[in-house]
Design a protein around this ligand. Structure first.
Ligand code: FAD
Length: 342
């Protein structure tokens, strides 16, 4: 018999969970507070009216796929043109000197921007965008969600047999502490790093012999020629990511100030003076990566038909988040005593 399941959050984990349930014929509704699916795998578009569109991957930089379920999804996404390998040269950069970064991994990216994987995963699902879940209640064995919509209205949606929570740990706590305290207290033990990301379009091409670098002993932990990724628009565009320590220390600085500071660091570490850039925009991720994930695939209470998935449970990577959602989807399927509808 078809059951109705609400999923809070359309990041990779929530979408992975939704796909498992929807493929078995359940009625799944995914509620997402932002304007697009994908969560921390976004693209900041500067101009979508050009081909290819012009944007920055200001969250996830690249991801890997090694487990069968994720490899299978990525093969499908690759066939659809939503994902491609990035063959950029990645180095370690210490005090201006680059050395090979020992890794034979295949680095994957969304095309023409990182957000494409989320869009691909969301295809065919009922995803309600700009719909923030502000309250969850259980009444007579069924869940009721209070929703805040983009136009300022509040709506209540009822009749869900189960709920899956797929949002960062810090956001789980206020939303679930009344309806399911064990989940809220598990999430309360997690701390996420802050990350400042800077999107930089220099006036002149930055003349370095690499496309991505793990920077040593610097406020910057990672720099990447975003425009070297497959399917991107022409030009020279760089993503700069500060370390967790630097980002925490400068958490409350104004974005303009952070942009300027990290651009100066970029000039120092690359030995290329960047002056009067065409654009420099800083974005602060308040909950970027969980520093102490629980270390379990997902959380699930069969008694309450309520689960949680996401990188804060498994590990701080896209593939971990996917596996968490995939596992929760399967646990929910078993508990819902599925009848295939096909
Ligand atoms: C700067 C940065 C760089 C990273 N780099 C990499 C990398 O190079 N490689 C890698 O593998 N991983 C990287 N990661 C980590 C990776 O992005 C995450 O592990 C993964 O995307 C987490 O997915 P998720 O589904 O668990 O959560 P999220 O992607 O955070 O999804 C949660 C979703 O829930 C929504 N939401 C939250 N609250 C509500 C609510 N109340 N109602 C409705 N919707 C809500 C959010 O808007 C979001 O879309 C990076 C992350 C950041 C921030």
């Amino acid at each position: 018999m078809t059951k109705r399941v609400a999923i809070v959050g359309a990041g990779v984990s929530g979408l992975a969970c939704a796909r498992e349930l929807a493929h078995q014929g359940h009625e799944v509704v995914v509620f997402e507070k932002s304007r697009g699916p994908g969560g921390r795998m976004p693209t900041r578009w500067l101009n979508r009216d050009v081909s290819p569109p012009l944007g920055f991957d200001h969250g996830t930089q690249y991801f890997q796929a090694s487990t069968p379920a994720f490899v299978h999804l990525i093969e499908q996404a690759q066939s659809a043109g939503a994902v491609a390998p990035w063959a950029g040269l990645v180095v370690n950069l210490a005090y201006g000197v680059s050395s090979p970064h020992a890794s034979n991994t295949t680095r994957l990216v969304g095309t023409p921007g990182m957000a494409s994987l989320g869009r691909f995963m969301a295809h065919g699902l009922d995803v309600r965008l700009q719909c923030r879940v502000a309250g969850v209640a259980r009444i007579d064995g069924q869940y009721q969600l209070t929703l805040h919509l983009a136009d300022g209205t509040v709506r209540v949606e009822s009749g869900f047999d189960a709920v899956a929570c797929a949002i960062p740990a810090e956001q789980v706590v206020p939303l679930f502490e009344a309806v399911h305290p064990p989940l809220a207290s598990l999430a309360a033990g997690i701390q996420s790093n802050v990350t400042w990301s800077v999107m930089l379009t220099p006036r002149e091409v930055v003349k370095v012999d690499f496309d991505g670098a793990f920077v040593v002993d610097s406020p910057l932990g990672w720099i990447c020629r975003d425009s070297s990724k497959p399917g991107r628009a022409m030009g020279d565009r760089w993503m700069l990511q500060a370390t967790a320590d630097w980002s925490r220390q400068h958490q409350d600085y104004a974005p303009e100030e952070v942009g300027k500071m990290l651009m100066d660091v970029f000039s120092n570490v690359t030995g290329q003076l960047v002056e009067e850039p065409l654009s420099v925009t800083a974005h602060r991720w308040l909950y970027s990566l969980p520093s102490n994930p629980v270390g379990v695939p997902c959380y699930f209470s069969e008694e309450h038909m309520l689960g949680a998935c996401g990188d804060w449970l498994t590990g701080a990577r896209v593939e971990d988040a996917f596996l968490s959602g995939h596992t929760l989807g399967n646990q929910l399927l078993n508990a819902l005593d599925t009848t295939l509808i096909q």
